[in-house]
Design a protein around this ligand. Structure first.
Ligand SMILES: NC(=O)c1ccc[n+]([C@@H]2O[C@H](COP(=O)([O-])OP(=O)(O)OC[C@H]3O[C@@H](n4cnc5c(N)ncnc54)[C@H](O)[C@@H]3O)[C@@H](O)[C@H]2O)c1
Length: 333
């Protein structure tokens, strides 16, 4: 049994808290949202993010970060990547001992192109980090909270640590965890796929069908792979759970908020209207901005990502962006 502090009690933080509690760990969950923590402690529910679900009553919610981190061996971060740096600064201030950092958020920081692991090592004092693991793969909180079968990867440059986190989260009944020794590939794959999920929603919003979606997923994976490999990932990682696996689940499911956001944009809403209508974080928007800048810097061709960027940030009509993609120079696959 381990003591784990989860930072972020939204849909995925709550989903992961269920697994850790089912595995008989001591689970402390922290969030800035006082009403949410009150609800978790009193009725053991999270109606805003996971309506109709029940959390184990062994999970204890905190609004005081110092108390949440007391006695903890593992800190699991599950906040939108937009606020990750700020959240980590607060953790660093409140933490007075060494812990393993596990991250389950998915995204890349615009301008710096930093992955979450890099942000963690920048913001947390070295004597407080035992190591870093990314827990990622095809997983919707809406299914995990119902204990539906899910398989993800525990990725780290330190294989022993990846194994520790594998055992911590693995549940024989519904949550299987593999280890993966390619942190760059895991973090980039699971962030870049959100851009393709936005594109999949846009296609459906415009009324295109399965042929278009299959082509998008296949060609989307090709450009995800090009960028990730240029940035140092192993090519085979993009064909695993954190690459194609996560891409499939996000680009084909109504649970995906990136797909949902794309659907609204394809149906004629602009980015501001779309984001204002979403209750949960849409990571693909920021990751698209970061990937666009990163691809330019590394001279990597990413036509779909560039088209999504134009639609999101340059008010390009989705239909015109698709026309341009279809009219690119003919070439071999
Ligand atoms: N929802 C899923 O099924 C799912 C699955 C896999 C990965 N993810 C990833 O997990 C991350 C979080 O997604 P989510 O769906 O849980 O988001 P969410 O919008 O449901 O919840 C985010 C939570 O973070 C809290 N928060 C914000 N700033 C904070 C801070 N400084 N300290 C503590 N808490 C803070 C918010 O109050 C909110 O409760 C995203 O990167 C997402 O891509 C989500």
């Amino acid at each position: 049994m381990s003591t784990i502090t989860i930072v972020g009690a939204g849909s995925w933080g709550s989903g992961l808290s269920l697994i850790l509690a089912d595995n008989k760990n001591l689970v402390k969950i922290y969030d800035l949202d006082k009403d949410l923590i009150k609800e978790i402690n009193s009725s053991h529910t999270n109606e805003r993010y996971l309506p109709g679900s029940k959390l184990p009553n062994t999970i204890v919610g905190y609004t005081d970060l110092k108390s949440a981190l007391e006695g903890s061996e593992v800190v699991l971060t599950v906040v939108p990547t937009k606020v990750m740096r700020q959240a980590l600064k607060s953790v660093n201030e409140a933490l007075d001992h060494e812990v393993v950092f596990v991250n389950a958020s998915k995204g890349i920081e615009p301008v710096s192109f930093k992955r979450v692991s890099e942000i963690v090592f920048e913001e947390i004092a070295p004597e407080k980090i035992k190591g870093f693991v990314a827990l990622t793969g095809p997983s919707h909180a809406e299914e995990v909270i119902k204990r539906q079968l899910t398989v993800v990867s525990s990725a780290s440059d330190d294989l022993e640590l990846a194994k520790f986190v594998q055992v911590l989260f693995n549940n024989d009944e519904y949550f299987r965890v593999y280890t993966l020794n390619d942190l760059i590939g895991a973090e980039l794959g699971s962030s870049l796929k959100n851009i393709i999920a936005l594109a999949a929603g846009i296609l459906n919003g415009l009324g295109y069908g399965d042929n278009a979606k299959a082509a998008l997923i296949t060609r989307g994976l090709a450009e995800m792979r090009r960028l990730a490999v240029k940035a140092g990932a192993k090519e085979e990682t993009l064909f695993g759970l954190t690459g194609i696996g996560d891409l499939i689940v996000t680009a084909t499911s109504l649970h995906s908020r990136n797909y949902q956001a794309g659907l609204k944009i394809g149906s004629g809403k602009n980015l501001q209207e779309t984001l204002a209508s979403m209750t949960m974080v849409v990571e693909g928007v920021r990751s698209c901005e970061a990937a666009y800048q990163f691809a330019k810097e590394l001279h990597v061709e990413m036509p779909i990502t560039f088209a999504v960027y134009d639609v999101l940030f340059n008010q390009r009509e989705p239909k015109d962006a698709i026309k341009e993609l279809m009219q690119r120079n003919l070439k071999s696959e």
